[in-house]
Design a protein around this ligand. Sequence first.
Ligand code: NAD
Ligand code: DAU
Length: 351
Amino acid sequence: MKKTILVTGGAGFIGSHVVRRLVNRYPEYTIINYDKLTYAGNLENLSDVDQKPNYIFVKGDILDGDKLKEVFSQYTISGVIHLAAESHVDRSLHNPDEFAITNVIGTIRLLQAAKNAWNGNWEGKRFYHISTDEVYGSVEHGKFFTEETPIDPQSPYSSSKASSDHFVKAYGNSYKMPVVISRCSNNYGPNHFPEKLIPLMIHNILQKKPLPVYGKGENVRDWLFVEDHAAAIDTIFHKGKTGEVYNIGGNNEWKNIDLVYFLCKLMDSKLKRSEGESAKLITFVTDRPGHDLRYAIDATKLMTQLGWRPSVTFEQGLEKTVDWYLSNQEWLNHVTSGAYQQYYQNMYHNR
Ligand code: NAD
Ligand code: DAU
């Protein structure tokens, strides 16, 4: 069946994997990538699919209601997959208002544009909002976030995402818009911007620069390979029940310090360095304020009701990731030149 899907934030890390998957798997669909191209958006991420006839790029801001209206009237869009957001917790601590504007107001503008275009004709329509496990806050050891866990965000980033989730639900409840939400754990993989833990460590190991571990490195994250998140998004978009929330996670918990040691060992072997060489770069730095101790997702609902499963182990996924960065050092050089240098200096100098 022909469909036109609007993907927001398709030039970012997860969005580019979603766009690639949809463009390749569904040649009968038209995939519109609507992205403002902030520091995190990079069209190089899609160079392997951007010439395909079913792919369209539109440079646009989700805050720009007129541009959204134009796109909805130019194309017969039946589905929206909304990933565009400010996504980095550390940046949100410095610029909370920017996160509220993009993540909350931007989501409302997008909801409103879809509502106006669909005009109450909900048949065959779907608005899919990509959220995060961080909206649940931190969870004590031995417990897991389920879809029933109360929302309890702790950072400006997670507060903005939680607020956008509520607006999406409100459009479902108040106007009967067919909405669906998923909340995923930490992703890793190719094209990950090196402000986040794993790609930042890979970049610094390559450069033999200090590896800044926040606090004592005791915080726990549940890591999922980005292509498995893209597969889950595909599954939920096509098979998820309207009005539902689905958790997505890899059941793969790592303390930050253990993960960094594991990565150092893998990179030493890939770079033919002696074992232990990269781990010497580990430097404990001032903790992130309000740092959530542990995230852990229970993805039973998605697995039992929709049949999704992660396809790779963490060891396989991390090796694929490191191999990708080693063969794409030009990509890394592009994204770390210019503004990144200033960002790194501001964030890590004297930390
Ligand atoms: P990212 O920062 O890599 O990409 C964000 C993309 O959104 C970029 O391409 C950027 O240009 C675009 N964008 C930002 N503001 C925009 C605006 N105003 N208008 C249009 N486009 C705009 O983010 P990511 O890590 O790929 O995350 C994508 C989504 O998934 C986010 O909503 C995030 O909250 C969610 N999420 C991320 C993770 C993770 O581990 N990275 C986990 C769970 C959920
Ligand atoms: O859980 C899903 C979330 O995962 C997404 O919603 C966010 O968009 C995404 O950025 C990610 O948030 P985190 O804050 O968990 O990811 P980050 O890579 O920034 O940090 C992972 C852990 O590593 C966290 O405990 C902080 C720590 N850390 C991070 C950086 C950048 C360090 O110790 N040193 C660092 O330099």
